[in-house]
Each structure stands twice: as C-alpha cells, then as structure tokens.
Design a protein around this ligand. Structure first.
Ligand code: PLP
Length: 489
C-alpha cells in the first residue's frame, strides 16, 4: 500500500542530507563536546558551528541560542525559567551597578553587563508618579501572589500545562481568549497586562488550525507597557523589573514563515527540529541577552549553566542542517535591510536577503512555501465543495500556516475519518498529535467557538515540501468515498 503522509504538523520526514550530516557524529566522531581531548574539540566545534547557523537564521547572536531536547522542554524552560528567575528572587539586574531604573532591555542587542544577582525584595524606585498610569494605581502585591503570566487559550499543551502547574504554585495566569479564527487581540493583551506581569507567552502559529498571531503588534503593546512602567512610582518590586518578557512558541512556524526575533519583537522563543525535517530529540531556545532565566535541569555547566546535560551532537548537527535547507529564502539578510518580510509578513511577498528572491536567482514560484500555498489553495477549494463542510481557522490563507488545513464535516466523527483514511495508507490527524490518544474535544476548536455540529468532526491535513498534487488527488478521491459511505450508513 502506498503511503500518503499528510500529518506534517505532527512531525516530518528527516531530509537525506540531514541523515548524512548526522552519521559521522554517531559513528566515528562521537566525542563528548565537554571533553578536553581532540575528539571533544571536534564535537565542540561542530556544536558551535550549528549554533552560529541557527542564530544567523533567526537574526540572533550565537550566545543567545541554548540547545534542548524538544519543543516541550524549550517551552518549559522558557516559562518556568523566567518565572522562577523573576518571581523567586534569582534575578540579575541587567544594568551596570544593579538597580532597575532606566530600563532599556528592548533596545535590541545593547551590550549589558551583569552584576551579581539581587535577591528579593528589590529596592523600590524613586521616580515621580505618572498619575494616569495603571502601574501607579495598582495595589501592592504580597509576595505570596507570586506574579502574573499571560498566555492564550489555544497554546500547545507544553505551554498550557506549564501555566496550569504554575497556577497550582499560586501564580496568576490569564488565558487570553481568541476570536473565531483563533486570533489574539492586541487590545485584550493591553487590558490584561498588570504591573506584576512577568511573562507573556503567545505562539506564532497554531499547530491545529494554523492561525498566525500578530506577534509584532503584540510585542509593541508589551514594549509600550514596559516604557510606562519605567516612568511610574513603583508600589511593588515587580514594577521595577524590566518585565514582562515576551516569549513565543515558534515550533510550527520556523522554516515556514520569516522568524526574525527582532522583527517579531521577542525576548524568548522555542524551536523543535523534528517539525522542519530534522531529527527528533533536538531543539533549541532563543534567549535575548539580558533576559533572566533560571535553569530547570541541574548538573553540569553546559549551555552557559542554563541547561545541564551532555549535548546531542548528531541531533544538533542534523537540526542546523535541516534549518539551513528548509529556512531557505526565509533567512534575514546579513545586512538586515530593505524588503525583509518579518513582522507578521506571511509568504513570499517581501522576501529578500540571503538565499531569498533576487540574490540567488530563485523565482517566487520556486520557493518552497509557494508550493505549500498552491497545494493549500487547491485542497481547500476541493474540500469546501463537499456538502456540510466547515473550515476551522483563518479563511484568509495569508494569515494561516502555508501547510495547514483543518476542516470539519457535520455528522461524522473526525476519528472515524482518520481511521478510515489510515486503512487506505493515508495519514491525517484530528488535531494536535499530542492529544491523538485522548478522546477529548480539541480545546482549540472550543476556544474558537466551533459550532457544535462541527466540533467533533474535524480533520487536519498538513502538507510538506514532499507532498504532490497526485497525492492530494488520491486523498480527495478516497476521502469522498469514505464520506459517501459513512453518510449513507
Ligand atoms: N509547540 C507546538 C506548537 C507544537 O506543535 C509542538 C508539537 O506538536 C510542540 C510545541 C512540542 O514540540 P516537541 O514535539 O518537540 O516536544
């Protein structure tokens, strides 16, 4: 039976070149990068080369990349690490001489020195009141309140469950609602911000319905709030900290959308190799210089003391190779110049720079995301001709991951459809791969107020650069037969 794999938001096929690049680091050059001998040296060199490659692809500096084993670990590290650093008193001031005034963290890549950690309580500020500020009006919080975190209702479980665990430790969490297409509103974020908000974590692109959040706009709201906070008389030590930090889960968007950390206005971000034709068991986070983070694993001094554990050299080499191949056309120009299509720009319209349109002579049509968009438009058109079908997520495809379609068909359970397709060698999903074994209704579909007749009957089709039009036609014809049979019975 020919296999047709249409579940690329769950995981992807590892590229041949990636396998080749990884092999020597398993077979011959298997040294531990922490070792002092020559085999340690060669492994260390490979790791640092990979770090520089990944940093270049997201507009970061190599020392801002921390390797992890997965997107789940990355999200846990970013959220718990920042919250612990800020709320439990292990928070180094990013300014020479310590203190919290004149906070300038958002001045991208300003050199900052790190004096020793200050512990709670921090000295209160002396600035004059800016009377209209809600910071100044806010009641003082007692330490036991532990601070506030904002996220959205449609994050991946590795974010939502981490936040729920923090709620059990007395942190306050706001789960921002989304509209019927899954978008977070910048106005809602503005309303939710509090003086003691430590972290805002909003994903770039949703794994189930493909919604691309307006990260640059959300970041602008946070920056404004931080500025306002600097000028306020502080009723609480929280208000003196350069928070909230802005984290985003870029696991689904990296290599499909421009992911320049400055353009998106991020302080922290999470990535996972197996979503972009790299190996499983490898990931990384971006942590902007100056952002406080407490390690969540304890042991050796790996990764600047932020993530203990022997580095997965083959995985890291494979991840960087996969990123280089698949972020082709999306990487920022070394000159960071005109035309770079970050800031929520989707697709190829403004691509430019290293490997992008123009410089290496690739036409727009040849860029990988163009292929995905063409397949997406075709598939959506065909699926929506089926009676009682309903699209979940954005109808404007420019605001949706280029490889994702999520459609419901009234009266038929999604799981039935999935299993019937699987019997024909076709792999799709009914939502997040992580929840495929549970029969719970998707919280994402609930959050977008999916109509009751459609909420249990959705399938997610996610394509890759390997997907062909022929495969989609086979899928469509099998799918129509299955639907006809099930609706007849
Ligand atoms: N974040 C998103 C948006 C995801 O889709 C996933 C995986 O499905 C993860 C995080 C977790 O990544 P990993 O599978 O590497 O733990």
């Amino acid at each position: 039976m020919k296999r047709i794999y249409l579940d690329n938001n769950a995981t992807t096929q590892v590229d041949e070149q990636v396998l080749e690049a990884m092999r020597p680091w398993q077979a011959e050059m298997y040294g531990n990068p922490s070792s002092l001998h020559f085999m340690g040296d060669e492994a260390r060199t490979a790791v640092e080369r990979a770090r520089a490659t990944l940093a270049g692809l997201i507009g970061a500096r190599p020392e801002e990349i921390i390797f992890t084993a997965s997107g789940t670990e990355g999200n846990n590290l970013c959220i718990n690490g920042v919250v612990e650093a800020c709320a439990l008193g292990n928070f180094p001031s990013p300014w020479p001489g310590g203190g919290w005034e004149g906070v300038g963290l958002q001045e991208e890549h300003q050199p900052q020195s790190h004096p020793p950690c200050q512990t709670y309580p921090f000295p209160l500020g002396k600035k004059e009141d800016s009377s209209s500020s809600k910071i100044a009006e806010a009641p003082a919080r007692h330490y036991k309140d532990r601070g506030h975190i904002i996220t959205s209702a449609i994050e991946h479980p590795s974010v939502l469950e981490t936040c729920r665990a923090l709620e059990k430790l007395s942190f306050e969490v706001t789960y921002l609602p989304v509209d019927t297409e899954g978008f977070v509103s910048p106005a809602d974020l503005e309303t939710a911000l509090q003086p003691d908000t430590i972290l805002v974590s909003i994903m770039h692109a949703n794994n189930e319905i493909g919604t691309i959040q307006p990260l640059a706009e959300l970041s602008a709201v946070i920056r404004r709030f931080r500025k306002e906070k600097q000028g306020a008389v502080s009723p609480t030590p929280y208000a003196l900290r350069p928070t909230p930090f802005f984290h985003s889960d870029l696991v689904q968007s990296f290599t499909k959308l421009p992911c320049h950390v400055d353009d998106l206005g991020l302080d922290l971000a999470t990535f996972s190799a197996h979503k972009f034709h790299g190996p499983k068991g490898a990931g990384f986070i971006y942590k902007r210089k100056g952002v406080a983070l407490t390690p969540q694993t304890h042991g050796g001094s790996h990764e600047q003391n932020l993530r203990a554990g022997t580095l997965n050299v083959p995985g890291i080499v494979g991840m960087a190779t996969a990123a280089e191949i698949n972020a082709f056309g999306l990487a920022p120009s070394p000159a960071r110049g005109e035309g770079w299509g970050g800031v929520g720009e989707v697709g190829w319209e403004r691509w430019d720079g290293r490997g992008g349109v123009g410089e290496v002579g690739l036409s727009r049509e040849e860029l990988p995301s163009h292929h995905l968009r063409e397949l997406q438009e075709y598939l959506l058109r065909e699926l929506l001709t089926i009676p009682s079908s309903h699209l979940n997520g954005p109808a404007d495809l420019a605001r949706r991951l280029p490889n994702n379609i999520n459609v419901s068909f009234a009266g038929i359970e999604g799981e039935h459809l999935l299993l019937a397709l699987s019997a024909h060698g076709i792999c799709v999903s009914t939502g997040s791969a992580c929840s495929a074994t549970s029969s719970e209704i998707s919280p994402v579909l609930r959050a977008i107020s999916c109509p009751p007749e459609y909420i249990e009957s959705n399938i997610r089709v996610s394509t890759s650069k390997h997907t062909t039009l022929d495969e989609l036609n086979t899928f469509l014809s099998v799918f129509r037969n299955i639907l006809a049979l099930q609706r007849h019975n």
